[in-house]
Design a protein around this ligand. Structure first.
Ligand code: AMP
Length: 632
């Protein structure tokens, strides 16, 4: 057995040899002639000269050996439906969708925006796009019109694929009116909109623009749409993620590097084998959904279980019931979901036969020890943390049990994964911290391994300046996370270095929420901070200075305005960005130069010491925040 340390070492010192071997895990139409072109750092081009297709690797190549095996299992506890597609059936459905997209004018390189609930057609649409070389941009269904409009204007899609509605906790959420409003707000107008009508909500139709998917599909039942071979460096998709500014970044991913990275991760990290079932509870709107609901498991020849519904409905046993029914071997969820389950009777877990399950992976936010222990005891299987980002597409830190079994450590997402030259750097000097237990910024030396973001969509300068120029004197990728490493190479994550917060595993930019709130007519100024929460990890709190403070002068006035501000956020960004509380103050804590003291506000909210306040302009401002915390 290979020692993991050697495996990792080789991935850095012999990139060519290492990744050439990994590249053999996928099918190439034309072999590459250069493993990595890093002649223009930090832009890395992987598998140059190679031609490949992601859909071929996820679907077509499995037809020879496993056409009748399950490929996509869809379970909705929202609509009480269950559908299973074999690889043969998935192949047919993807070609039908591809033919419809072709008919609507989609060509190689065009963008297709996908704004959909967790239904099989969303998977078909993603796979159909990469099949024909179109670039998909999935926008999480929970985002509201304002967020969607921004993404439409950035991606400039030829076609948008959507649905009449989603459903959450039994409540129908109409998507079509949100989409229509977003298109109205956006400057770019997509030429066609394809709607999957689930019969959940009445949807109005714009003549000449909107098409009904079922009707279109009917015309292409026997469609045969061959895969379009694309350069390994051709973008497969963009996915928007929040940062420090109000404008989300379009993370752009390549094709060849991504296919190889996912195939390798399925083998070395997740240990998923062809013929087995993978169950990731994420959503296609997030990076985990892209990598480990759609592409990763399918590339590995596994069935992927796609679930629409809550983890506790009809009861907290539903996920484990599915594990039993579909003999899931690898499962992937977020710590928040486990904390939700923890509030329910553990009998829901033990009532099911989980013998098929090999391990449970958790990611997206810090995994606290009590949560890790609870779930490990409850399921009696290894619980493996993994740390990564939308930008990287696959784990930076984890345990590569597929290479060499290693014990995890509570509180640590593990060690640097192969391909990642992880460094801890001093924030101020850029010096590398080589000793154990020194706190620094987690950074990655270029080139980033295959599968990581190529650039920010249409904005190379933003990619370079945002990610590579934050550490003085060095061109190095910053994760914007603090960390320490112990003497055995295990890392511990200590929170973000920027103003990004993590609510229930979802990344939110406090600037975005502030901008939405500033749009409210009564608001003069606002500060949004992330505050520790027992279930969601963090929640957002908003402190608002009103143009007319008298408006919040009474308890009723303040309550009414709070609801109103929350509604503004719901309408612009979506309810996931809604602050848990909105409180009114007459001044915000700032430095004398006018910089908002977010860290101090956050510390006060978490009842910690706010630190050195000598540069603070108005000391009463922090006291006001403190006073507001006790307001019910
Ligand atoms: P996202 O791009 O939305 O997946 O968010 C990525 C961020 O989530 C990281 O930069 C971390 O701050 C946090 N994160 C993700 N996974 C973990 C983990 N396993 N442990 C701690 N923090 C995590």
């Amino acid at each position: 057995m290979t020692r993991y340390a050697d495996f990792h070492q080789r991935s850095i010192t012999d990139r060519e040899g290492f990744w050439t071997e990994q590249a053999a895990l996928v099918d190439w139409h034309r072999p590459f002639n250069q493993v990595c072109d890093y002649s223009q750092p930090p832009m890395a081009r992987w598998f140059v000269g190679g031609e490949i297709n992601l859909c071929h690797n996820a679907v077509d190549r499995h037809l020879a050996a496993r056409a009748d095996q399950n490929a996509l299992i869809w379970v909705s506890t929202e609509t009480d439906e269950e559908r299973v597609y074999s690889f043969r059936e998935l192949h047919a459905e993807v070609q039908r969708m591809a033919a419809v997209l072709n008919e609507l004018g989609v060509r190689k390189g065009d963008r297709v925006l996908i704004y959909m609930p967790m239904i099989p057609e969303a998977a078909f649409a993603m796979l159909a796009c990469v099949r024909i070389g179109a670039i998909h941009s999935v926008v999480f269904g929970g985002f509201a019109s304002g967020s969607l409009a921004n993404r439409i204007d950035d991606a400039v899609p030829r076609v948008i694929v959507s649905a009449d509605a989603g459903s959450r906790g039994g409540k129908v959420i109409p998507y079509k009116p949100l989409l229509d409003e977003a298109i109205r707000l956006a400057e770019h107008k997509p030429s066609r909109v394809l709607i999957v009508d689930r019969g959940l909500a009445p949807a109005s139709r714009v003549e000449g623009r909107d098409e009904d998917y079922a009707t279109c599909r009917q015309r292409h039942l026997d469609a045969q749409v061959p895969c379009t071979w694309v350069d390994a460096t051709h973008p497969s998709y963009t996915l928007y993620t929040s940062g420090t500014t109000g404008k989300p970044k379009g993370v752009q991913r390549d094709t060849g590097g991504y296919a190889v990275a996912l195939a390798a991760s399925m083998k070395h990290i997740y240990q998923g084998n062809a013929g087995e079932t993978y169950f990731s509870t994420s959503d296609i709107g997030w990076v985990v959904g892209h990598s480990y609901i759609i592409y990763g498991p399918l590339i590995a020849g596994m069935a992927t279980l796609m679930y629409e519904g809550l983890p506790v409905r009809p009861d907290a046993g539903i996920w484990w019931q599915l594990v039993e029914k579909y003999k899931v071997t690898v499962m992937f969820t977020a710590p928040t979901a486990v904390r939700v389950l923890k509030k329910h009777d553990p009998a829901h877990l033990t009532a099911h036969d989980l013998s098929s399950l090999r391990s449970l992976f958790l990611a997206g936010e810090p995994l606290d020890e009590p949560t890790a222990r609870w779930i490990a005891d409850a399921i009696g299987k290894p619980v493996i943390d993994n740390y990564w980002q939308t930008e990287t597409g696959w784990p930076i830190l984890s345990i590569a049990n597929g290479v060499e079994p290693a014990a995890g450590k509570f509180g640590s997402p593990g060690m640097a994964m192969y391909g990642y030259d992880v460094k801890l750097l001093d924030e101020n000097t850029g010096a590398e911290l080589t000793g154990a237990n020194q706190k620094g910024v987690i950074a990655i030396e270029g080139p980033l391994p295959p599968g990581c973001m190529q650039t920010v969509w249409r904005d190379d300068a933003r990619f370079v300046n945002t990610y590579w120029k934050t550490v003085p004197g060095r061109l190095v990728y910053s994760t914007f996370d603090w960390g320490v490493r112990d003497e055995e190479g295990y890392y511990y994550i200590l929170g973000r270095t920027d103003d990004v917060i993590n609510v229930a595993g979802h990344r939110l930019g406090t600037r975005e929420i502030e901008e939405a709130i500033s749009g409210h007519a009564a608001v003069a100024e606002v500060a949004v901070v992330g505050v520790a929460d027992a279930v969601k990890g963090q929640v957002a709190l908003a402190f608002v200075v009103l143009k007319d403070p008298a408006l919040a002068g009474t308890k009723e006035g303040a309550a009414g305005l709070e609801a109103d501000v929350m509604k503004t956020v719901d309408q612009q960004l979506g309810s996931l960005a809604r602050p848990a509380r909105v409180r009114f103050v007459t001044a915000l804590p700032k430095t004398r130069s006018g910089k908002l003291l977010r860290r101090a506000i956050q510390a006060v909210c978490e009842r910690r010491d706010p630190g050195d306040l000598t540069t603070m302009e108005d000391p009463t401002a922090l006291q006001q925040i403190r006073d507001q915390l006790d307001v019910a």
